[in-house]
Design a protein around this ligand. Structure first.
Ligand code: ARG
Length: 458
């Protein structure tokens, strides 16, 4: 491919093994062929190829696309350095010297940047689709559990009761923002570098905007040096996947805690748990641990690409060949964990009775007693202190606040009538928080329905 300048016997075997990228970039073969078909059209439009030459090239490239679909593994026996070389080699095999005309005015530098953007665009669309499905699974659960009390925690200590649906909807919010971030990334991925040449642009009269449209890009890049030498679209994609993975990892961690025998708030279905080879009683939440564990590799992929890019002089450098593997791996893994999350969430069941007991325990209505005192004119800080004493008393007696006897109540909170304290059951506490974004069952049900509608149109 670049042999003209060379005298010797060709590249050293050791060097070739390290330098060849076909084993990895074989995955973008369809994008390379698609870009080549568009490039042939652009060369024909500016008179470099005749209509008949153009027709022959397109036919051969379309046939090659079909042939490539039947090759499951990278065809390393071809000896091609990378996927671009493989496509060219095949074209020359089929068409002789006409095959050698396609590379006019083009470089592998603008070619690979184009192919990689085409691949990443499709990958982001698929990740987006499955992310919406996971959010739908959560919103469906939220709708089903808008009234079921659940203990919510801060510092992993019982804090206040919320409906289980409120927990589900928290993750719906996170995933929806991830979808918006994917859209943002997509708008920057969807710019065509084709026609930037090796670094300086092309001397042929290519209509780059028309070429970009042909490939479904929103526009053509504005600076050839930038277009061939940056990979920020890939870094940004990995960054969005990292944030998404962190959300899924926290969801997994929550559920690992809630499904543990100590908590027993949620149960996973058998299909996503596994036993132990030694301990017959075990039922481990492996699906959740896989989701949490995958996050490490996805974050690692982002760091890997950032470090590859850091300190590279403009324009293209071979270091950049290390750009694809982290993206391929992170996308593959993200799709696996998203699908697993959807399956795990759809199959899980809430242990509603125990959740209600736990939601009522731990003095989770203490804040509500303080609120009653505030309504009776006591400043909040003082109310906080007095209810603290109330909790201490109740704890000593081993009883919930609302069951303390009248004597204790009238001594510590004389402003309140006992009946109003007796009413602070978990159901009543839940329904109080009805301001926007709050956790009253009515809010949760309305938000679940609204989320399902929004997700339908995402
Ligand atoms: N295989 C290369 C890559 O993935 C293609 C670009 C090669 N360009 C070059 N000037 N050697 O980065």
């Amino acid at each position: 491919m670049w042999g003209g300048r060379y005298e010797g016997t060709g590249p050293d075997e050791l060097f070739r093994a390290a330098n060849d990228s076909l084993p990895i970039d074989w995955r973008i073969v369809q994008q390379d062929i698609r870009g080549s078909i568009a490039w042939a059209g652009a060369l024909c439009a500016c008179g470099v190829l005749s209509t008949s030459e153009h027709g022959q090239l397109v036919d051969a490239l379309e046939a090659l696309s079909e042939e490539a679909k039947t090759i499951p593994h990278p065809p390393v026996e071809s000896g091609a350095e990378d996927v671009h070389t493989w496509v060219e080699q095949k074209l020359v095999e089929k068409l002789g010297s006409l095959g050698k005309k396609l590379h006019t005015g083009r470089s592998r530098n603008d070619q690979v940047a184009t192919d990689f953007r085409l691949w990443t665009r499709d990958a982001v669309a698929e990740v987006r689709r499955v992310t919406v499905s996971v959010a739908k699974a959560l919103a469906t659960k939220a709708e089903a559990h808008s009234t079921d009390a659940f203990p919510a925690y801060t510092h992993l200590q019982p804090a206040q009761p919320v409906p289980f649906g409120h927990w589900c909807l928290a993750y719906v919010e996170m995933l929806e923002r991830d979808v918006l971030r994917l859209d943002g990334a997509l708008s920057r991925i969807n710019v065509s570098p084709l026609g930037s040449g090796a670094l300086a642009g092309t001397g042929y009269a290519i209509d780059r905007e028309a070429l970009a449209k042909e490939l479904g890009f929103a526009s053509a890049s504005r600076n050839s040096l930038d277009a061939v030498s940056d990979r920020d679209f890939a870094v940004e994609t990995l960054s969005v996947l990292s944030q998404l993975a962190v959300h899924l990892s926290r969801l997994a961690e929550d559920l690992i805690i809630y499904t543990s025998d100590e908590f027993r708030l949620v149960r996973l279905d058998d299909g996503v748990t596994s036993g132990s080879s030694l301990m017959p009683q075990k039922r481990n939440p492996d699906s959740l641990e896989v989701i949490r564990g995958a996050c490490g590799s996805i974050l690692g992929a982002q760091v890997s690409l950032l470090v590859t890019m850091k300190g590279l002089p403009l324009a293209y450098n071979k270091d950049m060949q290390f750009d694809k593997k982290p993206v391929f791996e992170a996308v593959d893994l993200t799709l696996v964990v998203l699908r697993l999350a959807e399956r795990t969430i759809s199959g899980m069941t809430l242990n509603a009775d125990r959740a209600k007991v736990r939601a009522s325990a731990g003095y989770a209505n203490a804040t509500d007693v303080a609120d009653l005192l505030v309504a009776a004119g006591v400043p909040f800080r003082e109310a906080h202190d007095r209810v603290g004493q109330l909790v201490r008393r109740a704890e000593k007696l081993g009883t919930p606040i609302e069951s303390l006897d009248e004597k204790d109540l009238s001594e510590l909170v004389p402003e309140l009538d006992v009946a109003s304290i007796r009413k602070l059951t978990v159901e009543n506490v839940l329904s109080r928080r009805s301001a926007k974004g709050g956790s009253s069952p009515a809010c949760v049900l309305a938000e679940a329905k609204a989320a399902l509608l929004r997700l339908e149109s995402l």
